[in-house]
Design a protein around this ligand. Structure first.
Ligand SMILES: Cc1cc2nc3c(=O)[nH]c(=O)nc-3n(C[C@H](O)[C@H](O)[C@H](O)COP(=O)(O)OP(=O)(O)OC[C@H]3O[C@@H](n4cnc5c(N)ncnc54)[C@H](O)[C@@H]3O)c2cc1C
Length: 388
């Protein structure tokens, strides 16, 4: 399979690259204390980046998943925190609103997302259950003509900045995964509160969010019937976008390592002149290019959602690769790599996120294993899995 960008798409990606390299790179260190990168978000809104997942009728660009992955990759090369903030606007929450929200909410929120004025939070994880979705306790029920939401969510990104919360919740206490649907909660709703903050090694803050007797309009229950399966379909897109950030972090760290290997001298020679270092760089580029191939294949399979098996393979491959490559890039920098003075330590810390959010490596490997066991065909071999 080959990937092809039109001239217009290529120009768009190159414009984002130029902005990221000229402006974001220099100020990436500012966001390591939990500061939200508003200035970068506004600059990206001006380019149209925040509207990549928004349909054109709501002022967005409505671009394919592949283009979105390329843009996230460029941003992540220099600033993990900004890439994660952008993921919030081009990822699953925007896609759920665009696909399932009532027209009035779409018409109000989506153009504001494009302008960089409406940050969206997604609330899935609960204090006692992250991976174990079937154990969620948050519940919404109908009371008269309205809805009432109760529950606690945790490790939520961008909660203080969010204009809208996309909340995965049990509907009418129905049990199991099948009982999970999705409601939209607007900032300022009585009973909604951000009640805790965790600072992360990646730089951003995560938060606890409580919903206590939040009264919502009935139409804010946007996914109910067969809810979880439909929501998971949107999640396969996230499984191409999260690894795009991992790929970008690995590339950014690799570029730093190459620069350092050319400049730093030991024993009277640039360290890159030593075979031990050259092989390290070769291994890094080999891993990056292998991961890129599977990610781009997965992203290009989106029509409109990516193939679930390819997306899972891409996510695990890129997430795990980024940890190894950023660690090796840090090693090339010697002791200086461990200091805050070199970008590589930031990229390394950001790369640790990939295997945790959007489906852990363990969960996805289990999913891949099940698909192999059920789909592997002794006659067709791996062709039976439908990914080649
Ligand atoms: C930077 C960052 C941003 C985040 N942003 C958000 C957000 O905006 N919204 C949100 O809802 N959540 C967010 N999260 C939370 C994230 O989605 C959860 O951390 C993730 O789903 C895992 O849940 P958990 O932390 O409860 O781990 P657990 O589910 O408790 O898992 C702990 C460990 O056990 C393993 N495990 C669990 N079940 C199995 C199994 N069946 N087989 C094998 N291994 C298993 C896991 O893989 C993991 O290694 C964020 C997390 C991070 C790090």
């Amino acid at each position: 399979m080959s990937w092809h960008l039109s001239d217009e798409e290529r120009r768009f990606v190159m414009t984002v690259r130029a902005l990221a390299q000229s402006e974001f790179k220099g100020r990436a260190g500012r966001y390591m204390d939990g500061t939200f990168p508003w200035e970068n978000i506004r600059a990206l809104a001006e380019l149209g980046v925040l509207g990549m997942a928004v349909p054109e009728e709501f002022s967005g660009l409505g671009l394919p998943v592949f283009d979105t992955a390329l843009v996230l990759e460029e941003i992540a090369k220099v600033c993990y925190v900004t890439a994660m903030a952008v993921l919030g606007e081009v990822g699953v929450q925007t896609r759920i609103i665009a696909s399932y929200a009532p027209q009035a909410i779409r018409a109000r929120i989506l153009p504001a997302v494009c302008r960089g004025e409406a940050i969206l939070a997604i609330c899935m994880t609960e204090p006692h259950a992250g991976t174990d979705v079937a154990s969620y306790r948050t519940n919404v029920e109908r009371r008269g003509g309205a809805l009432r939401l109760n529950g606690v969510k945790t490790l939520i990104s961008r909660a203080p900045e969010a204009a809208m919360f996309v909340v995965f919740t049990r509907v009418e206490k129905r049990p199991g995964r099948e009982g999970i649907g999705c409601v939209l909660v607007e900032k300022g709703t009585p009973g909604l509160a951000v009640t805790g903050t965790f600072h992360t090694m990646g730089g951003e803050n995560l938060h606890e969010v409580r919903f206590e007797d939040c009264e919502l309009p009935a139409e804010n229950l946007v996914v109910e019937e067969d809810g979880f399966r439909r929501l998971l379909t949107a999640f396969n897109t996230q499984r191409c976008l999260n690894p795009a950030i991992s790929l970008g972090l690995a590339e950014g760290a690799f570029e730093e390592a190459v620069r350092y290997a050319r400049e730093r001298e030991a024993f009277g020679r640039p360290i890159g002149a030593f075979q031990g270092l050259r092989w390290k760089l070769a291994e890094m580029v080999r891993e990056i290019e292998a991961a890129r191939s599977i990610l781009y294949r997965a992203a290009m399979s989106a029509n409109p959602f990516p193939d679930p098996l390819l997306a899972a393979l891409a996510k695990v491959t890129c997430n795990e690769m980024a940890q190894r490559v950023t660690s090796e890039a840090l090693q090339v920098h010697g002791g200086y790599g461990f200091t805050d003075d070199f970008p590589v330590s930031r990229l390394y810390r950001g790369a640790r996120y990939g295997t945790l959010g959007g489906g852990t490596s363990e969960t996805l490997l289990d999913l891949i294993g099940k698909r192999v066991l059920s789909g592997f065909d002794p006659v067709d071999g791996i062709l039976g899995l439908g990914v080649v």
